[in-house]
Design a protein around this ligand. Structure first.
Ligand SMILES: [Zn+2]
Length: 287
């Protein structure tokens, strides 16, 4: 009797396991593909974190301590061409970059600038952050070859909506520059004056442009330039909330964290400035 029960049990188990084999082979296929997707996601995540330009990845060991709070000149350019007060001719830009090089200035990435401003340490006594607003095509055709020649880093604040548009940078141009020391950070999506928008609209302008840059360059976009330098208290709050670490205005002078990391000052470089005058302004802002 016992034997019969055992045989029956074995039979039942065999049938059950047979059924479950069928289900299992199906399930394991599913599991397999889920696993593959997971592995793929991991790979994407891995690649992303490798190229993350987070301030935490900046190695400040060996940097020199400076007087608190650290000051840096953040230069503001727009177009490198001729025609109006926002356009700096190529020859002048070249002379200014040469002056920086000849005078021992180290060009910072946004991540390095963040480290300088928050840690009161510098990779070199003289440091500068070169920025361009709006992302004009001439940043690629005129400025980039000069920056590349001198081995200088710079940051372009791109307007999301202007990508691939007339007189503005293309994706390909930005990607090429990005591989060669030029950071692309946010100048919002639509270039509207943020202080005139509702908090919801402001949030949209900031978070969408961050997502765009994050995705396009596989980075953690940390810096924002307010269009036309306009902002209000909501802007300051939302810039932080949407994930940026710092933002620049058009208020004149050297930048330091006592201005607030979301209201950093900049030095507007205008056409017609003498190289000597340029040098004096930069030196003064370096502190
Ligand atoms: Zn602008």
């Amino acid at each position: 009797m016992k034997k019969k029960i055992v045989v029956l049990l074995v039979l039942v188990l065999t049938v059950l396991s047979g059924c479950s084999f069928g289900a299992d082979s199906h399930g394991s296929q599913k599991k397999e593909s889920v696993k593959k997707i997971e592995q793929k996601n991991q790979a994407v995540k891995g690649a992303k974190s490798e190229s993350l330009k987070s301030p935490h990845t900046v190695d400040t060991k060996g940097w020199i301590s400076v007087k608190k709070p650290a000051h840096i000149p953040i230069l503001m350019y727009h177009s490198i061409s001729k025609g109006n007060s926002l356009r700096v001719p190529k020859e002048e830009f070249r002379a200014e970059m040469k002056w920086l090089k000849d005078n021992g200035y180290y060009t910072l990435s946004p991540e390095e600038a963040y480290a300088v401003l928050t840690q009161d340490k510098k990779p070199r006594q003289k440091t500068v952050l070169i920025t361009f607003d709006d992302g004009y095509s001439d940043n690629y055709t005129e400025a980039y070859p000069i920056l590349k020649k001198y081995g200088m880093k710079a940051t372009i604040f791109m307007i999301g909506r202007s990508i691939d548009k007339k007189n503005h940078l293309t994706r390909e141009q930005m990607k090429e520059m990005n591989r060669n020391g030029i950071s692309i950070e946010s100048h919002t999506i639509s270039h509207l004056e943020l202080n005139t928008l509702t908090p919801e609209q402001q949030r949209h302008e900031m978070s969408e442009s961050k997502a765009l840059c994050d995705k396009m360059f596989g980075q953690n976009t940390i810096m924002l330039s307010y269009p036309v330098g306009r902002y209000n208290d909501e802007t300051l709050r939302l810039a932080k909330e949407t994930g940026y670490k710092m933002a620049v205005t058009t208020e004149p002078g050297g930048a330091s964290r006592d201005q607030g990391m979301f209201a950093l000052h900049r030095i507007r470089i205008s056409p017609g400035m003498s190289v000597k005058g340029f040098g004096a302004i930069v030196d003064r802002a370096n502190g």
